[in-house]
Design a protein around this ligand. Structure first.
Ligand code: OAD
Length: 264
């Protein structure tokens, strides 16, 4: 985006952040492209091509996983079990800084890649779960990412040491429900927010795609940062297109910003 236009809009954003008493953020796969992880719906996203004749959306459905865990893990081996190779980028660090400076109420992410937590975000709600945790599909025994990943990387399906059943990542597959606690926190926070920022999401997958509506319907400002257009663009107070440019400016602004003094 042209520097002069960007700078003008960014001045408005600064005032919105500083004056908002409750800012909520929703992130999507677009933000992790800056770390090298492909998103889903860009032209270079994982849904743009098939994987060994399977549609990736099909691989990510719960009924497919139940019948074909070996195909899921063969796909995930090349994608979700190399997450240790990826580092948080400026979007993740800027959002962690927003929290540290006292300007963030809650960070909701659709990403399962653990990068917000690696960057230091604590008020982080992973609405589609996380690759950090796994459970046995039969006896519910717990397994961590670091226990499971080496097995997947050797091409095997991880199995429970207690009962031998298939282990599943705590990721929300298509056909599964979101965690009720996280969902009710989301509705509460987006409903009370004075400012909502959406970064790197196409806003098509429900229910996360509706979270910004809870802020917008009360007339509070919505800021969207996304290359492709979204169905919420018409409701946005500000719209930026380049995540790199946006997050670098945000980080620079936040470094210099006085931490918010909390009323006690
Ligand atoms: P999408 O892949 O649908 O959207 C990512 C958006 O980020 C796209 O609209 C891109 O244009 C934008 N984008 C990518 N790189 C960018 C950049 N450098 N600057 C600006 N914009 C950029 O990802 P999500 O909305 O997160 O669910 O997808 C939602 C859900 O669909 C995912 O959580 C996943 C998927 O199915 C599950 O797996 C359960």
């Amino acid at each position: 985006e042209k520097e002069a236009v960007f700078a003008k809009k960014f001045e408005i954003l600064k005032a919105l952040i500083k004056n908002s008493r409750s800012t909520v953020v929703l992130t999507g796969a677009g933000i992790s492209t800056l770390s090298g992880i492909p998103d889903f719906r860009s032209s270079s996203g994982v849904y743009a091509t098939t994987w060994k004749s399977y549609q990736v959306e099909e691989i990510l459905s719960i009924s497919f996983f139940k019948h074909n865990p070996e195909i899921f893990y063969a796909w995930a081996k090349e994608y979700w079990y190399k997450l240790d190779d990826y580092k948080p980028n400026t979007v993740h660090t800027a959002l962690a800084l927003l929290e540290q400076k006292g300007y963030l109420e809650g960070l909701f992410t659709q990403n399962i890649d653990m990068l917000h937590k690696k960057a230091g975000s604590r008020k982080c709600y992973e609405v589609h779960g996380s690759a950090e945790h796994h459970h046995c599909t039969n006896c519910n025994a717990y397994y961590s990412y670091h226990w499971v990943a080496p097995i997947v990387l050797t091409g095997q399906v991880p199995r429970c040491t207690e009962c031998g059943s298939v282990i599943k990542p705590d990721i929300v597959f298509y056909g599964e429900n979101l965690d009720g606690f996280t969902l009710s926190r989301a509705y509460e926070m987006f409903n009370h927010a004075h400012l909502c920022l959406v970064l790197g999401s196409s806003l098509v997958v429900q229910p996360a795609a509706s979270f910004p509506a809870y802020t917008v319907h009360r007339g509070a400002p919505l800021v969207i940062v996304n290359a492709q257009k979204t169905s919420f663009d018409g409701s946005a107070t500000l719209r930026f297109t380049d995540l790199q440019q946006f997050s670098e400016a945000l980080e620079k602004y936040l470094v210099a910003l006085e931490p918010r003094k909390l009323l006690v």
